[in-house]
Design a protein around this ligand. Structure first.
Ligand code: SF4
Length: 247
């Protein structure tokens, strides 16, 4: 489906879709969650996420950590995936997100699918523009990562495929991972002094600070794990972190 494809969806606020999901979060998602809850990004990471801020937390009973009864407790700051539901987005390398798929309804859902409008109308109603823009900004950091990794990794000493396999394993581990200040900085936007007043200013400052940190880092393993984490968090595959020539 593209933006002009027929689509409509009426949410009847049953809360069923807020259970048993794996929802990947971007840095902007974490910032919006924190602002909606009136807490710092560090607190939002602890309260609402797992895997260092990159995945929304669900309780043992299967409910999202932000769900209050059948109501989203952070509705104004719900993530891009939550806003898009029941659409999924397929990002191109530039993060423009122009392809969409319809997801199956949650069991027992009261949501009503239809074709009374177009995908674009639904996206406008869900106000996803700032989320897509923020993700495109993060996508621009992938080139900074690739350049720095090329300058710091010793591919004569470490086999490139193994180097990237380790980076993916490290980025996607849910526990037992190494400390990585770059990954912390990716999600803890306020923690690196970038909580300016408006969202756009905050994200611009965050991107600038991250670029500085990437250029100042000389540990290729840390850089590669952070690059994979960022790529995945904005809906790109881990392969966006490296060039084909490297593997
Ligand atoms: S953040 Fe809100 S909308 Fe998204 S899964 Fe959790 S409760 Fe549901």
């Amino acid at each position: 489906m593209n933006r002009k494809s027929p689509f409509s969806y009426v949410c009847n606020a049953c809360g069923r879709c807020c259970h048993d999901k794996v929802i990947t979060l971007s840095p902007y998602d974490v910032l919006r969650l924190a602002r909606a809850a009136g807490i710092t990004t560090r607190e939002a990471i602890a309260r609402y996420t797992i895997r260092r801020g990159s995945i929304l937390k669900f309780t043992d009973g299967g409910a999202c950590a932000a769900l209050e009864g059948a109501r989203c407790g952070v509705h104004r700051g719900r993530s891009l995936a939550c806003r898009l539901y029941p659409l999924g987005i397929e990002n191109g390398e530039d993060g423009d997100g122009d392809k969409f798929v319809t997801l199956d309804p949650a069991a027992g859902s009261l949501g009503v699918y239809g074709d009374d409008g177009a995908v674009n109308d639904f996206l406008d109603a869900q106000r996803v523009g700032s989320y897509l823009e923020a993700n495109a900004g993060c996508a621009s950091l992938m080139a900074v990562f690739r350049e720095r990794i090329a300058a710091t990794a010793d591919f004569d000493r470490v086999e490139p495929r193994e180097f990237w396999r380790r980076a993916v394993r490290e980025a996607l581990a849910e526990s037992g991972y190494d400390a990585n200040p770059l990954i912390d900085a990716i999600f803890d936007v306020g923690g690196i002094g970038c909580a300016a007043s408006g969202d756009a200013e905050t994200i611009a400052a965050h991107l600038e600070r991250l670029a500085e940190m990437i250029r100042g880092e000389s540990n290729a393993e840390l850089l590669a794990a952070a690059a994979v984490m960022l790529a995945v968090s904005i809906g790109q595959g881990p392969a966006a972190a490296h060039t084909d020539a490297e593997i």
